[in-house]
Design a binder for this molecule. Structure first.
Ligand code: HEC
Length: 297
């Protein structure tokens, strides 16, 4: 009886291991976006690139990753990513049909990693009436400039004629032209100011104003740090798949000097030669934002 019990215990253990082992021995990968997407416009093509590294180290080729995007109204679409460039690198071309805050995830290998919410702008920003109207305004300005100088010139000629010939017609012409000319000069000077004013709001609408900390938080997700490191400072951190990789520091209450972090993130091997932390090819600007986020309270 005891031996039967032991056998079933061993069998149960083996079964549990058989199910659990693949997840720890090869069943996960780190998905790293090339860069945080910005300036995405509804209805326009937009390409996203990313790398899939098994255990954060080995580039994974021959995958068929997909991107699933969900609009605020629950509208969905799926796009297939294709290998592009270096081994383990993939790219997909997406067109978001409507503006708004889209949720999106990348599925690759066994992973389904959620990406930072994407702000898709309305197409009207690029072709705002302000911009379209501008060339018209400009040509009307140059036209009024010609009329102005013409009126002034004619007025002066009329003035000379009026003096020489003492003709009433010439006096009337002079008065008319000078009035038109001077009038246009006065109103004309106001035009450029109006133009400058109408231009600036359009430009402002294109710039996303994220703080360094907020940017760092998005990068922490988009670069795949969250796959290895627990960090409760990431909003809705439980929405993301964290392996909680053995030895990867829980970064929730972690802080360190920017100098040390700069080395650690630029080339982890320079910080610790036998490190398990991968070099994710971060840019200097990305590193600075990540440091601001890591050290934020
Ligand atoms: C593949 C897993 C993995 C990924 C992905 C990863 N790390 Fe790490 N990281 C580790 C491990 C493991 C350590 C712990 C010590 C070591 O081996 O060097 C570490 C250490 C660190 C440390 C130092 C902590 C300490 O205790 O001194 C920081 C900071 C850090 N990682 C930030 C990041 C950031 C930011 C990213 C994303 C750009 C990232 N890591 C991506 C595995 C990972």
């Amino acid at each position: 009886m005891i031996s039967k019990f032991r056998i079933s215990l061993v069998l149960a253990l083996l079964l549990t291991l058989a199910i659990a082992v693949p997840v720890y021995a090869g069943g996960w990968a780190v998905i790293t976006l090339d860069e945080l997407p910005t300036g995405v416009i509804a209805g326009e093509l937009f390409t996203v690139g990313f790398t899939v590294l098994q255990h954060g180290i080995t580039p994974m080729t021959d995958l068929d990753p997909t991107i699933l995007a969900v609009s605020p109204d629950g509208e969905k679409f799926i796009v297939l990513a294709k290998p592009e460039g270096k081994p383990g690198h993939y790219a997909a071309t997406l067109t978001f049909p409507t503006k708004g805050k889209w949720n999106w995830t990348i599925q690759a290998f066994t992973m389904e990693q959620k990406m930072p919410v994407l702000s898709v702008a309305a197409p009207s920003i690029a072709s705002a009436p302000g911009i379209k109207a501008e060339p018209v305004k400009e040509s009307s300005t140059s036209l009024s400039l010609i009329v102005r100088w013409l009126a002034l010139g004619l007025g002066l000629i009329g003035l000379t004629l009026a003096f020489r010939r003492k003709s009433r017609l010439a006096v009337a012409l002079t008065a008319l032209c000078l009035t038109v000319g001077i009038g246009l000069f006065i109103t004309g000077s106001a035009v450029p100011a109006v133009e400058a004013g109408s231009e600036s709001p359009v430009k402002v609408a294109n710039v996303e104003s994220l703080s360094q900390v907020e940017l760092g938080q998005q990068l922490f997700v988009a670069k795949g740090c969250i796959t290895c490191h627990t960090n409760a400072k990431v909003s809705n951190s439980s929405d993301y798949w964290t392996i909680d990789f053995t030895g990867a520091t829980n970064l929730t209450n972690f802080s360190a000097s920017p100098e040390i972090l700069r080395i650690r993130l630029k080339n982890p091997k320079d910080a610790k030669s036998d490190t398990q932390m991968p070099n994710l090819g971060l840019s200097d600007a990305e590193i600075e934002a990540l440091i601001a986020f890591i050290n934020s309270k």
